[in-house]
Design a binder for this molecule. Structure first.
Ligand code: NA7
Length: 552
C-alpha cells in the first residue's frame, strides 16, 4: 500500500488555498457513519440547518471502509440497527444473525434513502482543521480541498476505530504487488485463487480475513505478534419464523439491551466462578462456547474480567479449546495468548479460525521467534527467512478512540490544541465535551460507555440533542464543561477502570499502538463503569439543568 498514515493534516490545511467560510448552518457534523446519520436525523427534527462532512465517497463509516473479506458484526444483527423508526424495523429483514459488511452497508444506504440523508451530506470531504473563534463563538472547519464552513455548533461522529494504522516496518511501501490495509480495502473484488498471500496481524479483523480467504488462497502466511483469545461466533441465517418473531419483539430486544452493562443482549452472570463446582463451571463454559455471540465474554461469571484467579480458569478453558481444535500442538501453543488473560482484550469471534491452521498450505510465523526485519519488493524478510507473496495484507488495526481526533487539527478557545492537551490522557465531561472547546460535542468520544455501538450512539445522540434543544429554548449560544465538573469526571473515569484486568493490558482500548510514535503507555479511553451508571450520570446532569456545564 502506497498510502501513508495522514499525520500531517494541519500542514495540508495550511497549504490548501484559503476561501471565505460558507455560512448559514446551525451545526456542522464530521463523519457520515452511524453517529453522523442519526445526529443529522435528530437535529433536523429540531428544525436546524445541518451539514455532514464525510471523507468517504458515500456514507456508512466503519461499514463503508472495512470491506475486507469476511467483515461482519459480532453483535446480533437485530440488536444492532437503528431503533428510532418502527417503520425501518418492520421493513428491513436482516438475512443473518450476524450480518456481513455488504448487508450492513446496504442497510445503512436503505435508511439513508428513506430519510434522504444524503441531501445534507458532503462526500469526499476530509476535515483537516477545526478552529473555534472566541470573537463570535463559532467553529470554522477546513476540508482537505481548502473549502471552509462556519457554524455555531460542531459535532464529531468520528468513530472510535476510523484512524487506521499501517505497521512501522522498514521499507513498508517497497512491496511491488498489491498491498492493502483491511480498513482501506478496494471496492472491487480481490482474486485470491492460487495466490501466495501474507497477512500481518491477528486481531479481530485478521481473524475474519484469515478464515475467509484460507479456503481460496494458494498459500497463506500469517505473521503473529500477539495471539488473541477467540471464541466461536455460531452465525446462522435467519429463518422466516425467526424473522417474524424478531420483528414482533423489537421493543423487548431494545429494552433488554438497555438494561445490560454493554447494551448487548448478553448480561453478566451474577455468580462468581468459584461459587460453583468445577463440573458446573466447565458445563457453563461449554454452554457459552456453544452459543452464538458475545455471551462467553460479557455474559460470563461476574468476576472473570476482574479476578485474576477466575480469569486464569477461564483462560485455561479457552486454551484447552484451542488445543482440541488445532492438530499440531506446537502451532496450538503459538496460538494461545501468554501475556493477557481471556477477555482482557476485545474478544474476536470466529468461524473456523483455528481449523485454518490444520491446512497444509497455511503457515503461522510467530514474529517474536523470528522478527520481521523489513518489507521487500517481493514480500517479507524476517531475521531467519524470506517470504515471497503475490498479495500482502496489513490487518494492523487502528489508533483507537483518540486517533481520529489527533488527525484533525482541532483548536479551541485561545488557540489551544486538542491533540496536545490529550497527549497523556483525553479530558472530557461525560465524554461529550471538553474544557476549552465550547460548542464542540462528541458522539462516542473518549470516556463514554461502549459496547453494542449503535445502542451507545443512539443514547449519546439523544442526550446531546436534548442539551442542544435546551440551549435553543433558553437562548444560550455557548456550552462547555465547568473545569471542576470535568476534573470530577476524570477521577470517576479512572476509578471505574481500576478493578478491570483489561485496564492493565495493552490494546487499542487502552490506547497502545506501537505504530504511532511507538506509543506504549496505557491510558483510560472508555468509561468502564458500565452503561447503566453512565446513563444515570448523563440523565442526572440533564435533569439538573446541565449545571456541570457553563452555559451562556
Ligand atoms: P487490532 O485488534 O488492534 O489488531 C491489530 C493486529 O495487528 C494485532 O494483532 C497487532 O499485534 C498487529 N500489529 C499491529 N502492528 C504490527 C506490527 N508493526 N507488526 C506486527 N503486527 C502488528 O485491530 P483489528 O482491526 O483486528 O480490530 C480492531 C477492532 O475492530 C476490534 O477490536 C473490533 O472492535 C473491531 P499486537 O496485538 O499489537 O501485538
Amino acid at each position: 500500500m502506497r498510502e501513508k498514515v495522514p499525520t500531517k493534516m494541519a500542514a495540508v490545511a495550511q497549504s490548501a488555498p484559503k476561501q471565505e467560510p460558507i455560512d448559514g448552518y446551525d451545526a456542522l457534523i464530521v463523519g457520515g457513519g452511524i453517529s453522523g446519520m442519526y445526529q443529522l436525523y435528530r437535529l433536523r427534527e429540531l428544525g436546524m440547518k445541518v451539514r455532514v462532512f464525510e471523507a468517504g465517497s458515500d456514507l456508512g463509516g466503519t461499514w463503508y471502509w472495512n470491506r475486507y473479506p469476511g467483515a461482519r458484526f459480532d453483535s446480533e444483527s437485530w440488536s444492532y440497527g437503528f431503533a428510532f423508526s418502527e417503520e425501518v424495523l418492520q421493513e428491513w429483514s436482516w438475512p443473518e444473525h450476524f450480518a456481513a459488511q455488504p448487508d450492513t452497508l446496504r442497510y445503512l444506504e436503505y435508511v439513508a434513502d428513506k430519510f434522504d440523508f444524503r441531501r445534507d451530506m458532503t462526500f469526499n470531504a476530509t476535515v483537516v482543521q477545526a478552529l473555534f473563534d472566541d470573537a463570535d463563538s463559532r467553529w470554522t472547519i477546513t476540508l482537505a480541498n481548502g473549502e471552509r464552513y462556519r457554524a455555531p455548533l460542531l459535532i464529531t461522529g468520528l468513530g472510535p476505530l476510523s484512524a487506521f494504522t499501517l505497521p512501522n516496518i522498514p521499507d513498508r511501501d517497497s512491496f511491488k504487488g498489491p498491498a492493502f490495509h483491511t480498513a482501506r480495502w478496494p471496492h472491487e473484488p480481490v482474486d485470491f485463487a492460487g495466490k501466495r498471500v501474507g497477512i500481518i496481524g491477528t486481531g479481530a479483523t485478521a481473524i475474519q480475513t484469515i478464515q475467509t480467504i484460507a479456503p481460496k488462497v494458494g498459500h497463506l502466511t500469517v505473521f503473529q505478534r500477539t495471539p488473541n483469545w477467540a471464541s466461536p461466533l455460531h452465525n446462522a441465517r435467519i429463518t422466516e419464523e425467526e424473522q417474524r418473531r424478531i420483528k414482533a419483539s423489537y421493543a423487548e430486544i431494545f429494552e433488554r439491551c438497555r438494561n445490560t452493562q454493554t447494551c448487548f443482549i448478553h448480561d453478566t452472570d451474577p455468580r462468581k466462578a468459584m461459587d460453583v463446582t468445577p463440573e458446573e463451571r466447565e458445563a457453563f463454559w461449554e454452554k457459552l462456547y456453544s452459543e452464538p455471540g458475545f455471551g462467553i465474554w460479557v455474559g460470563n461469571f461476574k468476576d472473570v474480567l476482574t479476578d485474576p484467579e477466575a480469569n486464569k480458569l477461564a483462560s485455561d478453558f479457552m486454551a484447552r479449546k484451542i488445543r482440541e481444535r488445532v492438530k499440531d500442538q506446537d502451532v496450538a501453543t503459538k496460538l494461545i495468548p501468554k501475556n493477557h488473560g481471556f477477555g482482557t482484550r476485545r474478544l474476536p469471534l470466529e468461524s473456523g479460525y483455528y481449523e485454518v491452521y490444520n491446512q497444509d498450505n497455511v503457515l503461522l510465523v510467530d514474529i517474536n521467534d523470528d522478527p520481521i526485519e523489513r518489507i521487500t519488493p517481493t514480500g517479507v524478510k524476517t531475521r531467519d527467512n524470506a517470504y515471497d507473496f503475490d498479495i500482502l495484507i496489513y490487518a494492523t488495526g487502528f489508533d483507537g478512540v483518540t486517533g481520529p481526533y489527533d488527525r484533525i487539527d482541532i483548536c479551541g478557545s485561545g488557540g489551544r490544541r486538542l491533540k496536545d492537551e490529550w497527549a497523556d490522557m483525553p479530558k472530557t465531561l461525560l465524554g461529550v465535551q471538553t474544557v476549552g472547546y465550547p460548542n464542540l460535542f462528541m458522539i462516542l468520544g473518549p470516556h463514554t460507555a461502549r459496547g453494542n455501538i449503535p445502542r451507545n450512539i443512539e443514547e449519546i445522540v439523544d442526550w446531546v440533542t436534548g442539551m442542544i434543544k435546551y440551549m435553543r429554548e433558553h437562548g444560550l449560544t455557548h456550552a462547555e464543561p465547568r473545569p471542576e465538573a470535568a476534573a470530577d469526571w476524570a477521577v470517576h473515569v479512572e476509578k471505574a477502570s481500576e478493578g478491570l484486568l483489561s485496564s492493565k493490558v495493552a490494546s487499542w482500548q487502552t490506547g497502545v499502538n506501537r505504530n504511532v510514535d511507538g506509543r506504549q503507555v496505557l491510558r483510560v479511553l472508555g468509561y468502564n463503569g458500565g452503561v447503566l451508571k453512565y446513563r444515570a450520570k448523563c440523565e442526572a446532569v440533564a435533569a439538573g439543568g446541565y449545571k456541570e456545564f457553563l452555559l451562556k
